[in-house]
Design a binder for this molecule. Structure first.
Ligand code: FUC
Length: 836
């Protein structure tokens, strides 16, 4: 994009300030905002409570919420083991070691892949539409998402009436709330209906009691369904979604569908208000209300990967009733009495005593408890007054440092919204998916993507959000034990490059991406990071069996390669990069990444066994095997070799998106600019060969790597690309393309990594500060060893750092060449200005 003069921003900002001044006055700087409704899904704004998610389009005449429930995937519990795999393993290894890679790949494809060959996709729940028919002009339109409150809003004026919608997904009450208001009474009229590609029945229910309470009647739209069969695995989930419509004032009625009998697809046909608009569905219409609240709940029968006996009807009823009670507030007690007996004797309560205030206040409090832990200030300019999509289009022109802050905090917002304790981990799309057949099934790709999703969790002070990942790994240790036994005749457990809701662990998709047995081992590294940041031995005790099982698998399956007799994985691959020694496959033995991951896994198991004083013999076996692993090698171009042989420069794709072999520098810390400078220089050469620009997540990885190389300006220049329309959609979702959330998380981790690093027992302040952020401050970042860190800087120099010790560990600080060692006690705070 050609660079525009800086005053361009000032001029553009002036136009938008004029247009949007009223609404902008109330918004926090941590707000994404737009002057048009979303047309495409990647313009819509995400809300989520870790389980229920919505993408909000915000049209004035038609509101559209695309809905998700985190456990609504295709299929049911299944075992993808292939009983032919084990018999083929010796031959596959021999072919690889004989250099017959293409033959090996053919054999692996024929005999060793999972059945079915692909896993189950994550699916959309459906779409909710609110039609507000009007022929009059819409003025002063604005839609936004306030990251600080986790509330999405739409406001506009029609015929001089100011309308407002507020929408949030409450983790406290497990519902999505839509609150519609107008600044004049009796102005809200609309019809609400749902559509879905799922197999469902729809109906409406009326609440017969509320008219006695002096309130307007209310009604509920109900959708019941079963999930889809996929790739031969029958759908085993039931689900239900409810939308309770609660008007204040006005009238409400429902329009019933023609019953088609049994389970069938229902379509949504928009119509004219006041006449039955739906041919084959149900709808609820409201006319002339003062305000309206909609409570949306949804659940499936999923209890865990092998138990689908939940009762979605009961769950949804409880959630709606709970939220409804809160909505009623003081009136709730009267309603309860009314539901029980003597209802004719009751006086109507004060109708003004109910509303969404408590639901909203509880939601905001729960969100801010996590969100407000970190504050980042990289500088503010007039560009902040511009709509977010305009800012993304012009970030590379400079003069908008706050957009990086917004991007960083948006990722934190997303993690809070899609990964909460008790729920499912963030998928390739977090929680948000509008399809039955999303890209890569919107599942868990564990050869980088899922791991990257959790990179910001610890440094950005959202440690709790890792819980769903921990739970998934513990469950995969069960399913993966079967894969280890049936596919490899090995103990322990193994997972390949993907998993799904059902925790499938066998190799999928085909040999060139699927035949990679390190997925589980890498996930164990993510869990280890949680331990390093929290110093929580209770947590380590919980994950240690999974770590040990992952290591056990490799003790049983590592083999000696014929040239140097090093121990290697075989068959395997360097995630998804073609083997240069082969014509058309990635299949190889002992790719560098595998050995780096194993060095970490073995080290961490050995450390845990020392901490707990257990498994001495096992640890000794790990130590012996570790010493025999193929070493890191520097190739003839000074690069870190990706394969056992020096083949990097013969690669079929020199600029391949994966930089798997550079794992050693980040997210691992085996390679370090201070302790292993030669290897760090080799990583730098490899990175330069690979180039800066790649898919969204791959671009984000490069930012983290350059930050670890302490080159802030290089990291920043890649951030400029990540934060451009090529890699960031208008709603700030990362563009692989298509949308994949890993780039958002990897990008935020990269920004944190530029400001603070804490690998290898040393806290480094501002290790990769770019010249574009000369002055700023950050509050609340976390460091390994259990520290919380605030940093301020001016003119590119540290001015003050405050480090709070949460675990009482020794604190080694570094700023440039200056270092300082401090003994700390729990709760103690250390101030440092960066002098030796
Ligand atoms: C890995 C990557 C792709 C994509 C997919 C979901 O296979 O190589 O780029 O991100 O995961």
């Amino acid at each position: 994009m050609p660079s525009l003069p800086r005053h361009f921003f000032a001029a553009l900002a002036a136009v938008f300030i004029f247009q949007t001044s009223r609404a902008a006055e109330t918004a926090s700087p941590l707000t994404l905002f737009y002057t048009n409704a979303a047309v495409k899904w990647t313009e819509a704004l995400p809300i989520g409570n870790g389980r229920l998610g919505a993408m909000i389009f915000g049209g004035a005449e038609r509101e559209h919420l695309q809905l998700n429930e985190a456990t609504l995937w295709a299929g049911g519990p299944y075992d993808p083991s292939n009983t032919n795999a084990l018999a083929a393993l010796p031959e596959a290894r021999k072919l690889v070691f004989d250099g017959k890679y293409d033959e090996a790949a053919k054999l692996i494809g024929d005999k060793m892949m999972a059945v079915p060959l692909r896993q189950m996709p994550y699916e959309t729940l459906g779409d909710l539409f609110l039609d507000f028919p009007t022929n009059a002009a819409v003025k002063n339109y604005r839609r936004d998402l306030d990251l600080d409150t986790a509330v999405a809003s739409v406001s506009y004026t029609v015929n001089g009436v100011q309308f407002k919608r507020e929408m949030f997904a409450s983790a406290v009450d497990q519902v999505i709330v839509i609150h519609l208001t107008a600044d004049q009474p009796g102005q809200i009229s609309f019809t609400v209906g749902m559509t879905t590609p799922q197999k469902v029945e729809m109906s409406t229910e009326f609440n017969p009691y509320t008219p006695h309470m002096g309130m307007t009647n209310d009604a509920t739209l109900v959708m019941r369904g079963v999930n889809a069969e996929m790739r031969g695995i029958p759908g085993a989930l039931k689900f239900q979604a409810c939308v309770r419509v609660l008007p204040q004032g006005g009238d409400i009625w429902s329009t019933k569908a023609d019953r088609q009998g049994g389970i069938s697809r229902f379509g949504y046909v928009p119509g004219i208000q006041g006449t039955p608009p739906y041919k084959s569905s149900c709808s609820i219409s409201v006319a002339s209300a003062d305000s309206v609240t909609l409570l949306i709940a949804a659940a499936t029968s999923y209890k865990n990967y092998h138990d689908v006996t939940g009762d979605p009807k009961a769950i949804v009823k409880n959630q709606i009733e709970g939220a409804y009670s809160k909505y009623l507030g003081d009136v709730a007690a009267d309603v309860r009495r009314l539901h029980s007996n003597n209802r004719d004797k009751l006086e109507p309560p004060n109708a003004g005593g109910y509303g969404t205030e408590t639901l909203l206040a509880d939601h905001i409090a729960a969100h801010q408890k996590l969100f407000r832990r970190v504050a980042l200030d990289l500088g503010e300019t007039g560009a902040m007054k511009l709509p977010t999509d305009v800012r993304i289009a012009h970030f590379a022109d400079g003069n908008d440092p706050q957009l990086a802050t917004l991007y960083f905090q948006f990722a934190r917002y997303l993690l809070i919204s899609c990964s909460r304790p008790g729920g499912q981990p963030a998928t390739l799309q977090g929680l948000w998916n509008d399809s039955m057949t999303p890209p890569w099934d919107s599942k868990y790709t564990i050869n980088i993507n899922t791991e990257m999703n959790y990179w910001p969790a610890e440094p950005c002070n959202l440690s709790e959000c890792v819980e769903p990942l921990t739970q998934m790994v513990l469950e995969m240790a069960d399913t993966g034990a079967r894969t280890a036994k049936i596919h490899y005749g090995a103990r322990g457990w193994v997972a390949h490059h993907n998993t799904d809701l059902w925790r499938a662990t066998a190799p999928v998709d085909g040999p060139n991406s699927g035949m990679w047995p390190l997925g589980g081992a890498w996930l164990c590294q993510n869990l280890w990071e949680h331990y390093l940041f929290t110093d929580d031995n209770g947590y380590l005790r919980k994950i240690y069996p999974a770590m040990k099982g992952a290591a056990q698998f490799f003790l049983d399956t590592l083999v000696e390669e014929p040239t140097h007799h090093w121990l290697v994985t075989c068959p395997s691959l360097s995630p998804e990069n073609g083997n240069p020694a082969a014509t058309g496959t990635s299949i190889t033995a002992g790719p560098t990444m595998d050995l780096e991951i194993l060095r970490d896994l073995f080290d961490h198991c050995i450390r845990a066994s020392e901490i707990f004083g257990v498994d001495k013999k096992f640890a000794a076996r790990l130590t012996a095997a570790r010493a025999r692993l193929a070493p890191l090698q520097i190739g003839s171009s000074g690069q870190l070799q990706e394969w056992l042989q020096d083949l990097d420069l013969q690669s079929h794709d020199l600029h391949h998106r994966h930089v798997s072999h550079l794992y050693g520098l980040f997210p691992s810390a085996q390679i370090d600019v201070n302790t292993t400078p030669d290897l760090a220089a080799a990583v730098k050469n490899s990175l330069e060969i690979r180039g800066d620009q790649a898919t969204g997540w791959a671009t984000a990885w490069r930012i983290n790597l350059w930050a670890r190389l302490h080159d802030g300006d290089h990291a920043y220049s890649i951030l400029e690309f990540l934060l451009s329309p090529a890699r960031t959609f208008p709603d700030m979702f990362d563009a692989h393309p298509p949308f994949q959330i890993d780039g958002n998380f990897g990008g935020a981790a990269g920004i944190a990594e530029m400001l603070l690093q804490s690998q290898n027992d040393e806290i480094q302040l501002l290790p990769a500060l770019p010249k574009d952020w000369p002055t700023g401050r950050v509050k609340g970042l976390r460091a390994r060893g259990g520290f919380e860190v605030d940093i301020a800087w001016q003119n590119g120099k540290l001015t003050a750092a405050t480090i709070c010790s949460l675990a009482g560990k020794d604190l080694r600080l570094r700023y440039g060449q200056a270092t300082k060692l401090v003994k700390t006690r729990k709760g103690e705070t250390t101030q440092w200005h960066g002098e030796p």
